[in-house]
Design a protein around this ligand. Structure first.
Ligand code: KIV
Length: 275
């Protein structure tokens, strides 16, 4: 059964935790779906983990569409949320609706995600009114890395925490069906979760959120440029991959790969005529 906005609402009402992971390609999306994940985010974090960029600012609509539709092709039950990249929604409400529409039509998303609070509520309302479900994103919002002065925890002071609560309430009113909370103190995330009727999805926001999301390369030990405190490694596939690559190099050098069973044969008579 396809996970939808209704599934998210029902899970929050029933106190069932929502599981989300990022994904950017068909093969990995098939594995995540087989594992029973509720929703996949094609995050603009692909700028970091797929494109090797220092931040998410240079990610384009075309990037999101290309990676998004490869994930969508693998997802029959899993909801696919595609991130709206930097400057695809901030300039005007009209542009935001057009670009959200492209992510649905060309990227085959089931929902879009955008960053920001009260300032982007007109966009959230207009996109939602166009029939496109919206996930909002508060706390550490990586597209604002320059304004925030780095990727650091948010909402620690009374003033900042109050602003986050106000933003969360405004986002809910504007029509978002879920809210990502990134890198904020766990008690604040719990308070926001209790105040909202829409589910919160935490990343570095503690266990009190209605669901959790991680970047899949982080949780598999595949990305070593930096490791956020909240990124638990559920496997060390990076190490396993390195070992497998090194074994391949060794066998190619030694001439032991390919072996008989990896090799195609040819009719002797045909072969003899070639000499
Ligand atoms: O782009 C992304 O992967 C995200 C998650 C970290 C929530 O926004």
């Amino acid at each position: 059964m396809k996970n939808t906005v209704a599934t998210f609402a029902k899970m929050k009402a029933n106190g069932e935790k929502i599981s989300m992971l990022t994904c950017y390609d068909y093969s990995t999306a098939k594995l995540e779906e087989a594992a029973g994940i509720n929703a996949i985010l094609v995050g603009d974090s692909l700028g970091n983990v797929m494109l090797g960029l220092p931040d998410t600012l240079s990610v384009t609509m075309e990037d999101m569409i290309t990676y998004g539709r490869s994930v969508a092709r693998a997802c029959h039950n899993t909801m696919v949320v595609i991130d709206m990249p930097f400057m695809s929604y901030q300039v005007s409400v009209e542009q935001a609706v057009m670009n959200a529409g492209r992510l649905m039509k060309e990227g085959r998303a089931n929902a879009v995600k955008l960053e920001g609070g009260a300032a982007v509520c007109p966009q959230i309302k207009a996109i939602t009114d166009a029939g496109i479900p919206v996930v909002a994103h508060l706390g550490l919002t990586p597209q604002s890395v320059n304004a925030l002065g780095g990727n650091r925890i948010q909402g620690k002071s009374e003033e900042a925490a109050k602003k986050l609560i106000e933003d969360a309430l405004a986002i809910e009113k504007a029509g978002a069906f879920a809210l990502t909370l990134e890198c904020i103190p766990a008690p604040l995330a719990q308070l926001i979760t209790d105040k909202l009727s829409i589910p919160t999805i935490g990343i570095g926001a503690g266990a009190g959120c209605d669901g959790q999301i991680l970047v899949y390369q982080d949780m598999l030990g595949l990305f070593s440029d930096y490791t956020p405190k909240f990124a638990k490694h559920f496997a060390e596939l990076g190490t396993q991959m390195k070992e497998a690559f090194a074994a391949y190099v060794k066998e190619v050098q030694a001439g032991t790969f390919p072996a008989e069973e990896h090799t195609f044969k040819m009719d002797e008579d045909v072969l003899n005529k070639l000499y």
